[in-house]
Write a protein that binds this ligand. Sequence first.
Ligand code: UDP
Length: 342
Amino acid sequence: MNNASEMPILVTGGAGYIGSHTVRLLAAQGRKIVVLDNLVFGHESAIVDPGVELVVGDVGDQALVRSLFEKHRFGAVIHFAAFAYVGESVTDPLKYYQNNTAEPVKLLQVMQEFGCKVFVFSSTCATYGVPDKLPITEDNTQDPINPYGRSKLMVEWVLADCDRAWGLRSACLRYFNASGGSEDGLIGEDHNPETHLIPRVLMAVTGEIDHIEVFGTDYHTPDGTCIRDYIHVNDLADAHAKALDHLAAGGESVRCNLGTGVGVSVREIISAVEEITGRTVPVKFGPRRAGDPDSLVADPSFAKQVLGWEARHRDVRDMVRPAWLWMSGPGRGRFPANRRAR
Ligand code: UDP
């Protein structure tokens, strides 16, 4: 086999939210996938395809990763495994620099040993910090305002250096606000604790929490609440498949924003949830949450130009609908308990 797109792919964090949707898409495309996930935040049952092998372990366990490379001779790695709680990254930065920065360096060392030179990386719009212009293009200044964003930006730098030094080609995919779930309601977003807006508004609808607190109504936006760019998780999955194809075809390293280009306010999310669920959302208006910029909206045109990718879902109701299906269906938005304790 000499075509990297036909070779097995190692997906770290493939049992997590974005990872599991991507694994499902790649498996449906007939690609051979091995998932490496320590199940600290991932869920065994988020891997629905029987042909996908799950290996439970850490990205930084070089003996384990070496044994996987020896067995499968991966043509590419997609690296999702990371911690993503911004507030926790402020109080426990070393946890983030260890897990999100040092662990992938160990993974890259094994890739270099085995001559594997294709890497797709989950980056984030948090690498931009408070944007110096809107919508955000890839040449906006990257000046993250928390350790989470810095832990991801450092990996982007590491990847650029590895490209120069040994020809590693990478795609840094800077996600905006991942949302939604699978159309059949089999997999979806299940974080513990859940901090994200759409699932929390839905939790307020089901009574799992008393109300949704809106963090700030005095932002410089038309309705006073924060504006974000909500991107469907299946559109993110599609971008990973296209990034793999781009790199497998010999394409150069790329850094791209993955968003819709459409800004949606917190109040608009609440209205969309009321429309989809047919229920009233109990709301309380509170103070701003520290570190929230007024507005974060992508200019996604570069991803279209270089990867041929654009978001198919642009109306936020298309993200709320599968999130509600997942939360109101038989699984009630929760995977069975993990084998591993947190
Ligand atoms: N938000 C809110 N109440 C919540 C959770 C989030 O008002 O309980 C707001 C938050 O201030 C931000 C937006 O919703 O403006 C999206 O927040 P989320 O945590 O989902 O994603 P982030 O943009 O922080 O990555």
